[in-house]
Structure formats: structure tokens, C-alpha cells
Design a binder for this molecule. Structure first.
Ligand SMILES: Cc1cc2nc3c(=O)[nH]c(=O)nc-3n(C[C@H](O)[C@H](O)[C@H](O)COP(=O)(O)O)c2cc1C
Length: 178
């Protein structure tokens, strides 16, 4: 199959995903949310341990409490968030001890972001939040770590910002490092 022959759908999806920081007030149907979450459930994980829990927050009082854990005005517009949590005891640890919780969660979270994009929804990774405050707000048990807050909602703008990325040459090594 030639290069011109490939299906562009996934590349398009990747290009359309961006960090959305302004949302319409329209709520996200829980069935739509469940479809998005299904793609996280199906994500691969090391040794298939699936060391994740997803907390969906769309009720006003609790949503406000979550938003207080990330003190940025832009988050105010998000009609819902998904808090992605890792369970370190369930995750695979390599022989050298490396804990793969974050690797597994990253895959599942990005499935959420891409699935949301495919359904016309916007998302944004948030990791710079107050961890202890969030754990308390959501009653997250000991041993479960909140890894990212993902706001989810319909974007206020239909413009996809231009991607700012390193060049291919800067990030790809064909063969050994020199
Ligand atoms: C692990 C991770 C953590 C991030 N944390 C934050 C965050 O706390 N706040 C924020 O506004 N954006 C956060 N971002 C979004 C990045 O700034 C964004 O992905 C990057 O600038 C590229 O822009 P794009 O997503 O629009 O392509 C995070 C992204 C990743 C992958």
C-alpha cells in the first residue's frame, strides 16, 4: 500500500485534539461521557493490570470543589471533569522496580481526549493541581493517586490552535544516538 493510500482519519483526529480552555455551558450527556470512558476502559496497560479509576464529576457543588483544586479562571467554564486516578498496588512494576502506573494512565487519559475530540468535545490535561485537596474533595482512598483532571465539554470556539512542536529531526533518531 502506497503512502498516498493510507486512511487519514486517525491523523486528522490527532491534529484536531488540542488543550481546550474555554467551554460552552452545554452539559455533556452521561451516555456520551460513558462512550468516552469506554475507550479508556479498553486502553492497553502493562501486564493488562488496568490500574485506573475514573471519577466523573458533573454535579455543581462537587464540580466547584474540584475546580478549587486548580485555581485558574479558565476552568470555570467546564461543565464536567473526569479525574483519572492510578492504583499503584495494581500496576505492573518492572524487575528494576519501575512503577508503570503513570504510563498506563497516560494511555487511558489520551484515549479519553482523542475519543472526546472525535465526538466534538474539548478536553485538557491538568496535572498542576492541589493533590491533597482533590483527594479530600473526592474522598479518594489511600493508595489511589489522582493523576490528572480532565475537563470535558463543548468548545466555545471551533478554531483549532496551531500546533507548536519540535521538528521531526529534533525528536526522531534513525538508528543509534551519535
Ligand atoms: C501530562 C500533562 C500535564 C498537563 N498539565 C496541564 C495543566 O496543569 N494545565 C494546563 O493548562 N495544561 C496542561 N497540559 C496541557 C499542555 O500544556 C498542552 O498539551 C501542550 O501545551 C500542547 O498543546 P495542545 O495540547 O493544545 O496540543 C498538560 C499536558 C500534559 C500532557
Amino acid at each position: 500500500m502506497g503512502a498516498d493510500n493510507h486512511n487519514n482519519t486517525f491523523s486528522d483526529l490527532v491534529s484536531q485534539r488540542y488543550s481546550c480552555r474555554e467551554y460552552l455551558p452545554t452539559s455533556v450527556d452521561r451516555e456520551v461521557m460513558a462512550q468516552v470512558l469506554e475507550t479508556a476502559r479498553l486502553a492497553p496497560s502493562a501486564c493488562n493490570r488496568q490500574p485506573w479509576r475514573f471519577v466523573v464529576v458533573d454535579e455543581p457543588e462537587l464540580l466547584a470543589a474540584v475546580k478549587r483544586c486548580y485555581d485558574r479562571a479558565w476552568l470555570e467554564s467546564a461543565p464536567a471533569v473526569i479525574v483519572a486516578c492510578g492504583v499503584h498496588d495494581e500496576a505492573w512494576h518492572r524487575a528494576d522496580g519501575k512503577d508503570h502506573t503513570d504510563v498506563d494512565l497516560s494511555i487511558a487519559i489520551e484515549h479519553i481526549c482523542l475519543a472526546a475530540t472525535s465526538m466534538g468535545l474539548g478536553t485538557c490535561w491538568i496535572c498542576n493541581f492541589e493533590v491533597a485537596q482533590l483527594a479530600e474533595a473526592l474522598n479518594i482512598p489511600a493508595g489511589i493517586e489522582p493523576i490528572a483532571i480532565i475537563p470535558i465539554g463543548y468548545p466555545a470556539s471551533s478554531q483549532v490552535p496551531e500546533k507548536k512542536r519540535k521538528n521531526m529531526e529534533e525528536v526522531v533518531q534513525w538508528g543509534r544516538f551519535q
